[in-house]
Design a protein around this ligand. Structure first.
Ligand code: UD1
Ligand code: MG
Length: 455
């Protein structure tokens, strides 16, 4: 198969009014990534020579958020055919094929796109390939009418369809591949003399056939064609993304005890033999190595968790938390921008921020690194094998040396030398018999007050 150049044209000029949002529809995130970026990342696997986004009103938002594409503006929304035409000036010197996609249909697969390219290249005289699907409920879609030779004969919009045509469940996704040899000429032949007064991209089928070209079709699963026009559809797209992410994780050897309660980001990377208990949320940028257990109700973003570590239940790992091999992070522990070496234990109720902790250090319950003075952030270093007693405050910048012990309830404002014991609280004083004497006195006082009230 000879290699032909490809350009992708992504339509995103739609107003998206049903989203009722200040944010452009295609920038709403699914799995922590903009809808259109899901599509653009898939398109990128085809290594197109160019990708053009056709944008309308909110062009500035898109230009600020999306890299690696060229933008073309469609000032007035005169239909899908008109939108593609608006993208053509950016492709003036380009002679390759043109793949038309919709910015609000994020999950079209690379396989479907490849299959369109293959049909175009391997079919003699092919000028156009349309992406179709079998619809569960085909009601509103245009129907794809395929001839006995397998060529796509026409696309009939539902309102124009005969009862026999309406019975066809093969529908138009709207996406298509246009041969570079004809694209400019055919697109300029589109007219708007229809009921809607719009330039329909679908009219290319008739134009191509009138010019003696073959029109092919490719079928994809309806599940890959979820379109997002409203918040409810955004939630449905998120659900579809999560379902796929869970299935992929399990296929890759991850145990999900209750898959439907675990939420992934687009880039969550879990190795084989990771176990994830129920109700865990992965924000963007998480990498978890083999043998790790993430216990229930943990929230993890931007963190790396190394081999055989244990996290949670109820742990929060924030960006740039790096949890060393075999380390243990227990309940109600928050860790931010900190590197914990192998074997470190932070088992209960702690905040560790802007810190480095050496191997096998033990951080007692309730330890807080005081990393912020209201203006700037400061670092804490805890040496290898150090032991921080419960309920200690480490006021950064501060270094606790290797093997040092910090007495429980201490506030560390100065560096502690290696192997030293540092205690910074009042010395304990025992007053013999005081408690018993105190109880007797108070008991008598209470009795007297009661007698006075009754008498
Ligand atoms: C289109 C198809 C229809 C198909 C359906 C699938 C045509 C004429 N009809 O109809 O056969 O079954 O998609 O969903 O193509 N857009 C622009 N500029 C415009 C118009 C649209 O950028 O002037 C963009 C929209 O932002 C959207 C996409 O093109 O991303 C599709 O537009 P939409 O109005 O949803 O097309 P449909 O009428 O649904
Ligand atoms: Mg539509």
């Amino acid at each position: 198969m000879s290699h032909r150049e490809l350009a992708a044209v992504v339509l995103a000029a739609g107003r998206g009014t049903r989203m009722k949002s200040a944010l452009h529809k295609v920038l709403h995130p699914v799995g922590g990534k903009a809808l259109v970026s899901h599509l653009l990342d898939t398109v990128a696997t085809l290594t197109p020579a160019k990708t053009v986004m056709v944008v309308g009103d909110n062009a500035d938002q898109l230009k600020a958020a999306i890299n690696g594409v060229e933008f073309a503006v469609q000032d007035e929304q005169l239909g899908t055919g008109h939108a593609v035409r608006c993208g053509m000036p950016t492709l003036e010197s380009f002679r390759g094929d043109i793949l038309v996609l919709y910015g609000d249909v994020p999950f079209v697969t690379a396989e479907a796109m490849q299959s369109m390219l293959k049909t175009m290249q391997s079919t003699a005289g092919c000028g156009l390939v349309v992406l179709g699907f079998r619809a569960d409920d085909p009601a509103a879609y245009g129907r794809l009418i395929v001839g006995p030779d397998g060529a796509l004969e026409r696309i009939v919009e539902f309102k124009d369809a005969t009862p026999e045509e309406r019975a066809v469940d093969f529908c138009n996704s709207g996406m298509m591949l246009i041969s570079g040899a004809h694209a400019a000429k055919w697109l300029s032949a589109l007219t708007c003399d229809n009921a809607a007064g719009e330039y329909y991209l679908t009219d290319l089928v008739a134009i191509a056939r009138a010019n003696g070209a073959y029109v092919g079709h490719v079928e994809t699963d309806e599940a890959n064609l979820i379109g997002v026009n409203s918040r409810a559809e955004l939630a449905a797209a998120e659900a579809a993304f999560q379902a796929r992410a869970r299935a992929d994780a399990m296929t890759a050897g991850v145990t999900l005890v209750a898959p439907e309660t675990v939420f992934f980001s687009h880039d969550t990377a879990l190795a084989a033999d990771v176990t994830v208990e129920p109700n865990v949320v992965f924000g963007p940028g998480v990498r978890v190595e083999a043998g790790v257990i993430i216990k229930a109700f943990s929230h993890i973003e931007g963190a790396t968790v190394r081999k055989n570590a244990s996290v949670g239940p109820f742990a929060r790992l924030r960006p740039a938390a790096d949890i060393g091999e075999g380390a243990k992070i227990g309940n109600f522990v928050e860790i931010k921008k900190s590197r914990l070496a192998a074997g470190v234990k932070v088992s209960h109720l702690s905040y560790i921020g802007d810190a480095t902790i050496g191997p096998d250090a033990n951080i007692g319950a309730g330890t807080i690194t005081c990393n912020y003075d209201g203006f700037l952030k400061y670092n804490t270093h805890i040496g290898a094998g150090a032991f921080i007693g419960s309920n200690s405050a480490l006021v950064a910048p501060v270094t606790i040396g290797d093997g040092a012990i910090v007495g429980a309830g201490s506030v560390m404002t100065k560096d502690v030398p290696g192997d030293a014991l540092a205690v910074s609280r009042a010395r304990q004083r025992d007053i013999k018999g005081y408690a018993a004497k105190f109880r007797a006195e108070k008991q008598a006082e209470k009795q007297a007050a009661k007698a006075k009230k009754e008498g």
